[in-house]
Design a protein around this ligand. Sequence first.
Ligand SMILES: N[C@@H](CCC(=O)N[C@@H](CS)C(=O)NCC(=O)O)C(=O)O
Length: 215
Amino acid sequence: MSITLNHYVHCPFCLRVRMTLGYLGLAYNSKVLSYDDEVTPIRLTGTKMLPILETSQGAFNESLDIMAMADRENRLEIKELIKTTEFQDLEKFLAQIGSHVHSLAMPYWMWTAEFNDSSREYFRKSKEKKRGPFSELVKKHNFFVQELEPLLHKLEANLEPFYKSKEFSAFDILIASHLWGLYVVPEFQFTPKTHEYLQSVKNKCHFNYHQDFWK
Ligand SMILES: N[C@@H](CCC(=O)N[C@@H](CS)C(=O)NCC(=O)O)C(=O)O
């Protein structure tokens, strides 16, 4: 069965689906949508929100639903994991981390190859409504890094070497996809332990952030 993933390269929810498909070894057609393309996602699911997975059964959004649907053999036990309080706690924690990651990374993501002049302007205008001017976010780089530090420290304390476990799990996909965008931020450096952790998740998931541009 041929499947197509419509995604944005920078989007953590899209990255978690890419990592999941990679981990499961499922081949997919990759469609990087332009951020200002409202028509395609609305035609597919009625809303401008990615990721969207197209299958012979239809088009689906919501990253966790897509992950669970893709995992037919339940190797990642996603349906079970999302019912746990550990998952709820992790989602809250990732939302906290995500807010600082976004403030740090958005002004740089928009200069990566997935954007052109028009989608960059669309992205900047839409994101600045909530966060204020990107130029101000860049000036507050040190502040966001300071806010992130204790959170990343807390995360690191839970790496055994995977999240609270010796074994890789879907939690690691959720964490790595939320942190990955920081690799784009100039002068930001993960600690060696966290970097190694992210690289091992990358290897497990056969994940390459930029590969969709090489196809
Ligand atoms: N709950 C959704 C969230 C997905 C989401 O927030 N996607 C963002 C990109 S990171 C989006 O498509 N936003 C559209 C827009 O802001 O125009 C999921 O887990 O898939």
